[in-house]
Design a protein around this ligand. Structure first.
Ligand SMILES: *Cc1c(COP(=O)(O)O)cnc(C)c1O
Length: 364
């Protein structure tokens, strides 16, 4: 292959038409996390996501850390999560000196396998974290019911899932605490940043307090995890673009799905009645050597998160080896998928290139 291929970018970079004005306006007010600018952004987030409370936090990782604290996780407690999550989801668990307990995923979905949850839960389980990877919804209603029945707080890591819906509601409607990142690579981007959604007044109060040093009252613990006003200004400015961006992502994914002719490739299963955010489109692969197919796409300038991050079950990382647990579905799931960028900057010509690279692959 001598022709040069220009790689398709997997990063969605844009400047919103109102970003500049929003920043200038924010500069005329307080810039700290206690600024009115942050309160206005939080109101806009609560409205968009139909949540009782939206609380700005300095990052997605910080949001997870605050949510774990609010759920009552303390040193030695156990936190259940799937090993298909990124390291960023589990590190906050370790930072609280809690014990990660890995539970298997479902065979064809990143959601928690309820039978394995039964086996994994103990009297020390203080939180369950579910992570809908790449924005594909998990069966949240069954999980919520299982968590409720055991009285264990349910946390969603929705860093990939701004706009993911199930039965007409945002996924956050089904969790006690939902954590979002607005890091520069995410669907809603503010550079660095995040937020927590909850419908629970008491949890909201703990989150509010913890992110500002427990209000420095000398009684309640906390750290400074507030979101800065400039990030909040960009977030509010860009929130108005989110529905349009989600629609472009869906359109790109639908066009790719409609034109796949390779019998060993299909779109990842979408739960009935649900709508993925399409942070990335997921393909299910049925080749003898799926990595060879991913390399083939890469050679055609189509990047994969599986290749970029070398996605493997978390307990295969040296730091997490002590918490190894048998999760065969999770292993098989990560070995059988790849990601395709479908963000709004992907052009029709690039969609065609993706489709023809998928269809022209001759491996079996
Ligand atoms: C990006 C990400 C995080 C961390 O968010 P930051 O804002 O970078 O701290 C956590 N969980 C998942 C699933 C992510 O993709």
């Amino acid at each position: 292959m001598s022709e040069k291929v220009v790689p398709i970018s997997d990063k969605f970079h844009y400047i919103g038409p109102t970003d500049g004005d929003a920043l200038v306006q924010a500069l005329s007010k307080a810039l700290s996390g206690s600024s009115d600018t942050v309160v206005e952004y939080e109101k806009a987030l609560a409205g968009y996501f139909e949540s009782r409370h939206a609380i700005g936090i300095s990052s997605g990782g910080a949001a997870l850390s605050v949510a774990l604290y609010a759920a009552g996780v303390r040193p030695g407690d156990e936190v259940v999560l799937t090993p298909t999550s990124p390291l960023c989801t589990v590190y906050p668990v370790l930072a609280h000196q809690a014990v990660p307990v890995f539970v298997d995923t479902r065979p064809d979905n990143f959601g928690i396998d309820l039978a394995d949850l039964e086996r994994a839960v103990t009297s020390r389980t203080k939180a369950i974290i579910d992570i809908p990877m790449w924005g594909y919804p998990t069966p949240a209603i069954e999980l919520r019911n299982a968590a409720k029945a055991r009285g264990i707080p349910l946390i969603f890591d929705l860093a990939h899932s701004h706009g993911t819906k199930l039965d007409g509601k945002h996924l956050s409607a089904y969790a006690d605490l939902s954590c979002f990142s607005t890091h520069d690579r995410k669907i809603l981007a503010t550079g660095e940043g995040g937020f927590i959604l909850t419908d629970d007044d008491r949890l909201a109060e703990v989150v509010q307090s913890y992110r500002q040093f427990g209000n420095l009252n000398g009684k309640d613990l906390g750290l400074n995890y507030k979101l800065g006003a400039l990030q909040a200004a960009i977030g509010k400015s860009r929130l108005g673009l989110l529905d349009g961006h989600l629609q472009s992502r869906r359109n790109n994914a639908e066009r790719i799905a409609a034109d796949i002719r390779n019998p060993r490739v299909k779109e990842f299963t979408v739960l009935p009645g649900s709508r993925p955010s399409y942070y990335f489109m997921l393909l299910s692969l049925g080749f003898k050597d799926n990595r060879a197919f991913i390399d083939h796409l890469d050679a055609h300038g189509i990047p994969s998160d599986i290749k970029r991050y070398g996605c493997k079950t978390l307990y295969k990382s040296p730091l997490l080896k002590p918490w190894t647990r048998n999760c065969p579905n999770a292993e098989a799931l990560l070995d059988s998928i790849t990601t395709i960028p479908v963000h709004p900057n992907i052009k029709a010509e690039q969609v065609n290139r993706i489709v023809s690279a998928i269809n022209s692959y001759e491996g079996v």
